[in-house]
Ligand binder design. Structure first.
Ligand code: AMP
Length: 360
């Protein structure tokens, strides 16, 4: 067969790949847990010619069946049971793609124990899961972070109080000063720990990056802001009515994600921030962070970019971009979601016999 012969994979024609490479990458399957960004990950894998496996909790299979993104569905009673089906996944030649729900449901200690090939650097999970280590990493990268108040007596500006292990911004509260803090913390006696963080007034911006460990290039994949209940609806009630209502404390429960295109003159700074995060990660957890990641920031009217968190893997904010974002369109000239970008990276790694470079 000639080198330039076309091979049909689902709806996609791939040119200039000799049969050996096609066979080599086709022997791998892309697998992930059925939640969070799995639709995008599995669709992206299909677009690159891979077979896919969705690992679902009983009841969630119907989504992955309906959207036809999974060639195989494995149903579990509990996500923790993933450890029990490892042999099956290894036999399938599956490569697991992590996402936030994956890490939350399994816990990073169990993820570290996984024997199934895993896309990404597992060593970075510890740094991301511990608020103190995370802060050390981001500070080391030279980023501007919100001030932390270790003593409530020292609160001298609006703060946001976040409980360790709080899911999806549930149970956060804002306090003005020490007295306000003491009053609002009362119902949370059973909480194990919390952080008192300076509340940054500005607009939230979630930056989606992809760092290739094959080319050492950092890409901007897109941006989003979250749609959070009830904070995103408070502006629809006048201050007078808010006062009239008995208790309208803001909460940050994530409902969805809204795409954003940023002012272009911000891009050099945003790219530099991503590069510095990767550079620092190589020092703290070699070979460092690679694949998709996200900096969660607030941009102030003074044009400061304050980072309050990092996600060291694909974020749900990339979900609106199944067909690609304006940025990936400019770079790739073809639909390129973050899920598809992951699959392409794995495909290139197999082709170049560098699969170890993308597995953790
Ligand atoms: P998180 O759980 O840390 O991702 O935060 C949930 C939401 O709280 C974010 O989407 C922001 O809207 C808001 N938030 C978190 N930290 C801060 C901060 N330091 N200043 C202002 N808003 C924040």
């Amino acid at each position: 067969m000639s080198k330039t012969q076309k091979f049909r994979f689902r709806n996609l024609y791939i040119t200039q790949l000799p049969p050996y490479d096609m066979v080599a990458f086709k022997s791998y399957k892309i697998a992930t847990i059925g939640s969070h960004s799995a639709l995008q990950i599995l669709k992206g894998a299909h677009d690159e010619g891979f077979s896919t496996v969705a690992i679902c909790k009983k009841g969630s299979e119907k989504v992955y069946k309906s959207f036809k993104v999974a060639d195989k569905i494995i149903t579990l009673k509990d996500y923790k049971d993933l450890l029990k089906i490892q042999d099956k996944l290894v036999k399938e030649n599956a490569i697991l793609i992590p996402h936030a729900s994956f890490i939350t449901y399994m816990g990073f200690e169990d993820v570290e124990k996984l024997r199934v090939p895993y896309y990404g650097n597992k060593k970075i999970l510890r740094w991301e899961s511990d608020r103190n280590l995370e802060r050390k990493w981001l500070k080391g990268a030279g980023l501007k972070l919100p001030k932390i108040f270790n003593n409530p007596k020292k609160i001298d500006r609006p703060v946001i109080v976040k409980f360790h292990g709080a899911k999806g911004g549930k149970g956060y509260f804002i306090a003005k000063h020490e007295k306000d803090f003491r009053k609002k913390i009362k119902p949370y006696k059973d909480e194990k720990g919390y952080v008192i963080q300076e509340y940054i007034l500005g607009v939230p911006l979630f930056i989606h990056y992809f760092y290739s460990s094959l080319t050492n290039e950092l890409e901007i994949m897109g941006f989003d802001k979250r749609y959070e209940s009830n904070v995103d609806s408070l502006g629809r009630i006048s201050a007078r009515d808010q006062f009239a209502l008995e208790k309208v404390d803001p909460s940050y429960v994530i409902v969805g994600n809204i795409p954003i295109v940023v002012r272009e003159s911000y891009l050099p700074r945003l790219m530099e921030m991503g590069e510095n995060v990767v550079k620092e990660s190589k020092k703290i957890a070699p070979p460092g962070l690679f694949g998709p990641f996200c900096l969660e920031t607030v941009l102030t009217p003074k044009e400061e970019i304050v980072v309050f968190e990092i996600s060291a893997r694909i974020v749900a904010g990339t979900n609106p971009y199944v067909e690609g974002s304006p940025y990936t369109w400019i770079k790739y000239n073809e639909p390129m979601s973050t899920g598809r970008r992951i699959a392409r990276e794995i495909k290139i790694a197999v082709k170049q016999k560098k699969l170890k470079k993308v597995l953790g």
